[in-house]
Design a protein around this ligand. Structure first.
Ligand code: COA
Length: 268
């Protein structure tokens, strides 16, 4: 049967949902009916995000401050949501750290910091979230093209995001029999986000990322929100263990050749 997409009565928890792509996801889920809890490290930023969500969508929003690297803080935040609103239906893990640096210039602590935020943070949110989620819950990790494309200055992020992809598949395999779906979204270059501003601080760098993308344009946070809605509502209820790539064709690799102009006639 074809399904309508609504998340009325659903409860969403978005780790990292206080800014950028993850705030876009929170706004999208709220716009189609979910109550959303947004978690970030900074309490003021979390409050501002919750206020924005309610003002923009009319949905109930709860601000939470915690560091995803700290299991105790994550547990407190999850318990706060499930005790106030009930079990969580949509659990998004999107908190991430990034700084462009050559592998040789990243200290062991710097490398560990990014792996801790991205990969261990996702493990903490999903592992600890297990007892706070509903049966039939949708879990979504935010991956990146770096998970499958080696990129200079991104060794730490590539390693962390590749780990996330495999974690998604392992949890999907283990928890699918309980009705829980675990998927990832791999966003390409999304305009107006801190991550993109850090990776492409100059116009030349922006052009570089645009040329790497088959569609030759940046995406918008709503593109990623739509993917999260799809994975969370009835529309996506048979999707499990996949990494949904929403990157305008960035992962396709080299698309620089001009394949659309008529071929030049060869001289006989
Ligand atoms: N180049 C090399 N190393 C760097 C670095 C850079 N540009 N920025 C941070 N590091 C290293 C630090 O030097 C430190 O290691 P050291 O003590 O051995 O020198 C380590 O990373 C931890 O940095 P610190 O600032 O103490 O940790 P933090 O938890 O506050 O920082 C980061 C988190 C590193 C992810 C930081 O970049 C950040 O807060 N980023 C904002 C979030 C973000 O990146 N969002 C976009 C996600 S796509």
């Amino acid at each position: 049967m074809y399904q309508e997409s609504t998340l009325e009565t659903k409860i969403a928890f978005i780790a990292g949902g206080t800014s950028g792509i993850n705030l876009g996801i929170a706004l999208g889920l709220a716009a189609v009916g979910a109550k959303v809890a947004v978690l970030g490290r900074n309490a003021e930023k979390a409050q501002a995000a919750a206020t924005q969500i309610t003002e923009q969508t009319g949905a109930e929003a709860m601000p939470l401050s915690a560091d995803v690297r700290d299991p105790e803080q994550v547990e407190v935040a999850l318990a706060q949501v499930s005790s106030k609103w009930g079990k969580i239906d949509i659990l998004v893990s999107g908190a991430a750290g990034n700084f462009p640096a050559p592998a040789i210039g990243i200290s062991p602590k710097g490398f560990k910091t990014v792996v801790d935020i991205d990969l261990i943070g996702t493990y903490n949110v999903f592992h600890l979230g297990f007892k706070h989620i509903n049966k039939n819950a949708s879990l979504i990790a935010i991956s990146a093209p770096q998970a499958v494309m080696p990129m200079p200055f991104q060794a730490h992020v590539c390693a962390a995001k590749a780990g996330i992809n495999m974690l998604v598949k392992c949890l999907a395999a283990e928890w699918g029999p309980a009705g829980i779906r675990v998927n990832g979204i791999s966003p390409g270059p999304i305009d107006g986000t801190e991550g993109m501003d850090r990776l492409a601080p100059t116009e030349a760098m922006r052009q570089h990322y645009m040329q790497q993308c088959s569609l030759r344009r940046f995406g918008d946070p709503t593109d990623i929100a739509n993917a999260a809605i799809y994975l969370s509502c009835e529309l996506g209820n048979y999707v499990n263990g996949t990494i949904l790539t929403v990157d305008g064709g960035t992962e396709l690799g080299d698309t620089s050749a001009d394949c659309l102009s008529p071929p030049a006639k060869s001289k006989s």
